[in-house]
Ligand binder design. Structure first.
Ligand SMILES: *Cc1c(COP(=O)(O)O)cnc(C)c1O
Length: 432
């Protein structure tokens, strides 16, 4: 194992801390859950990312989801360059937006009409506004450990960095806002049924991650998805699948096409923007036609449908559609899952590996992890040691037990072999 120095990273981060809160522009990347300082990155290509000290890592974060084709994908880079030469923003409609909208509508079963926005947070924030406008009701049901961006009313028992940092309710989120949010345990059909009985006629929508990535990878029970669809239909509530992470990831048509359950609305982000800031929300035409200027629900954006972001998203989806990587991703990630599980087993550690397609988590908990209550019992100290051991061997994992890792279409046998061998070394050393 070569010694890794991170002097330049340390210098830059020290300066960043004087300029930005915690030295970062998003808490998920701050390494808060594993201790130590974040690594400052400089470039990325294929399955690799390189830091400012010249250390190269196999990247299992993939910008937290978007980079399913690997970094610096040629067609995406060329599409961005070409779009940039024609001007970077018009604030007026372009033909390019039609192309991306067509691709999204064709791919995602529940989407008949779509609106492009700038982030996943904007997508979920707007979707629940539309659901409330459409139903004329106030209450929103969400699930503990699910993360839907930093929307005030959804920042209650949220996953991702909010889980990591144990901020169930952020300061600044008013009681008035969170009182319209009902938080239930994931995969719990009885509590869901009880909530619909208790709040009959008042529930505007239910929002969930149809495969959770933000408390680590947690798989939905079939009967949970079925109950969600049946109860929302029966009670006239809008079912929203937050597929910001799972869209174009677990299948081209998202979790809804994988499980055959069609929600009323869907939110997208990450992959749909091909690594540029772009999100989207869509659903049945009747619901989407509530949105201004077709309807009365206000939602707008100066940079929405931005031509560069649209070009990157379109170039990404076109490749995923014409040359689907999903079989390959399944093979690569299942090999990784088996290898990491074998490494944990060889070290005699309690663990479970949960995976859907190319997103997965090695939990330091015997499992199965079905909800936030289960996830909260993981050995996060063990995860921190594992994380740093892997970093020192050139493997860049998500810096929290409660974030799923991602494999890209550019990860090959060499990278997986190296990762598994490193995991054996690291875990054996930890328990020694
Ligand atoms: C990342 C994520 C979001 C937030 O998207 P941003 O682009 O970070 O605002 C929302 N929902 C889910 C499921 C996510 O994974």
């Amino acid at each position: 194992m070569a010694t890794i120095t991170r002097e330049r990273s340390h210098e830059i981060f020290t300066r960043a801390c004087q300029l930005m809160p915690g030295g970062v522009n998003s808490p998920a990347r701050a390494f808060g859950a594993v201790g130590g300082e974040p690594i400052i990155m400089q470039s990325a290509s294929g399955p690799y990312i390189t830091d400012v000290d010249g250390n190269q890592y196999v990247d299992y974060i993939g910008s937290w989801g978007p980079m399913i084709l690997g970094h610096s994908n040629l067609a995406v880079v060329e599409a961005v360059q070409k779009a940039t030469e024609k001007g970077t923003s018009f604030g007026a409609p372009t033909a390019a937006e039609n192309r991306l909208a067509e691709l999204v509508i064709e791919a995602v079963p529940s989407i008949e009409k779509v609106r492009l926005v700038n982030s996943g947070t904007e997508a979920t924030m707007s979707a629940i506004r539309v659901a409330r406008g459409y139903t004329g009701r106030d209450l929103v049901i969400k699930f503990a450990g699910n993360y839907h961006g930093h929307v005030d009313s959804l920042l209650v028992s949220a996953g991702s960095a909010a889980a990591t940092l144990a901020v169930p309710n952020s300061p600044g989120v008013t009681e008035g806002t969170s009182k319209d949010t009902i938080v239930l345990p994931y995969n719990d059909v009885d509590k869901l049924t009880a909530a619909f009985a208790e709040y009959a006629g008042k529930i505007a929508c239910v929002i969930l991650e149809p495969v959770v990535g933000n408390m680590g990878c947690v798989i939905p029970h079939k009967q949970f998805l079925t109950a969600l669809r049946d109860l929302t239909t029966e009670h006239g509530s809008v079912l929203i699948f937050d597929e910001v992470m799972t869209g174009f990831r677990v299948a081209y048509g998202g979790a809804q096409s994988l499980y055959g359950v069609t929600p009323d609305m869907t939110t997208l982000g990450k992959i749909v923007g091909g690594g540029l800031p772009l999100g989207a929300y869509g659903g049945r035409a009747e619901i989407m036609d509530q949105v201004l200027p077709a309807g009365k629900v206000f939602q707008a954006g100066t940079l929405s449908g931005n031509p560069i972001a649209t070009a990157a998203g379109t170039a990404t989806l076109e490749q995923l559609k014409s040359d689907p990587p999903y079989d390959r991703l399944e093979k690569t990630c299942s090999r990784l899952a088996e290898g990491l599980s074998a490494a944990a087993k060889a070290a005699g550690l309690e663990h479970c590996v949960q995976r859907v397609g190319s997103m997965m988590t090695l939990f330091f908990h015997p499992g199965p992890v079905n909800s936030w209550d289960d996830a909260a019992k993981c050995d996060t100290t063990m995860f921190g040691k594992f994380f740093w051991g892997m970093m020192d061997r050139g493997i860049y994992l998500p810096c929290s037990q409660y974030e799923a890792l991602f494999v890209s279409a550019q990860h090959g046998d060499d990278e997986i072999t190296k990762t598994i061998a490193s995991a054996h070394e690291v875990l054996a050393q930890i328990v020694a």
